[in-house]
Design a binder for this molecule. Sequence first.
Ligand SMILES: Cc1cc2nc3c(=O)[nH]c(=O)nc-3n(C[C@H](O)[C@H](O)[C@H](O)COP(=O)(O)OP(=O)(O)OC[C@H]3O[C@@H](n4cnc5c(N)ncnc54)[C@H](O)[C@@H]3O)c2cc1C
Length: 437
Amino acid sequence: MSNTFSEVVIIGGGITGLAAAFELARTGNDVTLVEADKQLGGVGAFFKSGNQWVDRFYHCQMPSDEYLLKLIRDVGVADKMYWNSTHMGFIVDGNRYPFNTPLDVLRFKPLTFMQRLRFGIMSLLIRRLGKGLDLDNIKIEDWFSRLYSPEVWGKILKPLFCSKFGTHGGNLPALYIWQRLGRESNVAKRGYIDGGLKTIIDAIESNIKSSGGAVKTRSPVRSITEFNSHMRVMFDNNTAIDCDWVLSTIPIPLLKETIKGSRLDDLFQFPDIPYQGVVNALFFLSRPLDNLYWSPVVNSDTEFDGVVEMTELVKTSQYDGRHLVYVMKYCGRDSKLFSEDKETLIQRWSDELIKLYSNIQLKKEDILEVEVFKSPYIEPIYPLGYSNIKPDFRVGDSHLVVATTAQIYPSITSCNASVKLATDAVTYLRRLDSSIQ
Ligand SMILES: Cc1cc2nc3c(=O)[nH]c(=O)nc-3n(C[C@H](O)[C@H](O)[C@H](O)COP(=O)(O)OP(=O)(O)OC[C@H]3O[C@@H](n4cnc5c(N)ncnc54)[C@H](O)[C@@H]3O)c2cc1C
């Protein structure tokens, strides 16, 4: 067995691990970032289509993403960002409605006129109405049904806010959704970067390396143990890195696998919470759809429950002149859909998309290529009172520090929140160990 030594080993080469490694490397720390996959990026990874790199999952940046935008500036690619106004729609019972302005709300036929009025008024007041309430212990379904009426909750709000959580959606703490209001508005300025997420990921990687940090892909971690006065990170190929500190950014169920049966496992007092995964299909089309960036799809004979027309935001040159549409369904990793073979899924979702856009005569010939990507650990399903059980950075008195999506709550899952988490975890590590700058 060949062992090397590093001051800090960071596990997971998604945006959280990359941001933490960049922060540590640039202040001269001896850091090694290890990633199981052959490429960096995690959920933000990309693939080659034609001559271009394309994000596996739809991504955009918001003007309020201050931590992510700072990182983009720090790694020297801010000049590649561009911003556009984007719009949203709603597809209900097969009919599409613009959903951007107060007038759109007043004309929104799936609701009665009184429901529309109440929806508009409550939406204006909601930030204020939530202040002072113990929203961490109130179910979103209970609170929103009271504010908006059970009918409006069921018809619009549940599909809008809870599509990521499936049947668990209504049980989430209201705090999680309340926190989200304000990050996005319906007519929103959204940002994208030339070359896609690859531009950001590559720039972070090259900055880590030029500051003396090490990056190892194809390095799945099998176990993390305490060894003499050090930590030992062991890989599938039986090599290991010894280090002073381990910073894990991988989803909690995967982390638990790596510490099973050890003292770290005993120290890591965190309940098993379920995670929701995602199945998403990318349609490369020869034509645009309906000029809406994002449309939730409700009760319209589709299995997917959202459509993101990426080329509303992104220049078609990013996709060799083609129009790119993502459709997605969030589901459990043990669901039938998650394990279904790609060809069957492509066939079914293509038919559904064609039918959904029959009003603009979308045809089979307009679909040039379809790719499917899945990811098993996207959204932790937060129970009530989650603020009190959210895992700390440090696992007991050990030298294992954790920074993962499940600690972002009540903020919503996003790259910006991940970068903030990484920054906070590094600050915490520096406080624990004064030799880390
Ligand atoms: C469909 C979709 C759309 C999204 N849209 C947006 C958006 O528009 N804007 C936005 O800001 N955010 C968006 N997000 C959220 C964002 O992508 C994630 O919050 C973020 O990428 C999470 O990064 P992470 O580093 O915490 O986790 P991950 O990206 O999951 O990274 C974890 C890494 O750890 C690696 N790993 C796991 N186990 C091991 C092991 N044993 N050894 C070594 N490595 C291991 C994995 O391979 C992975 O690379 C979206 C997410 C999805 C799914």
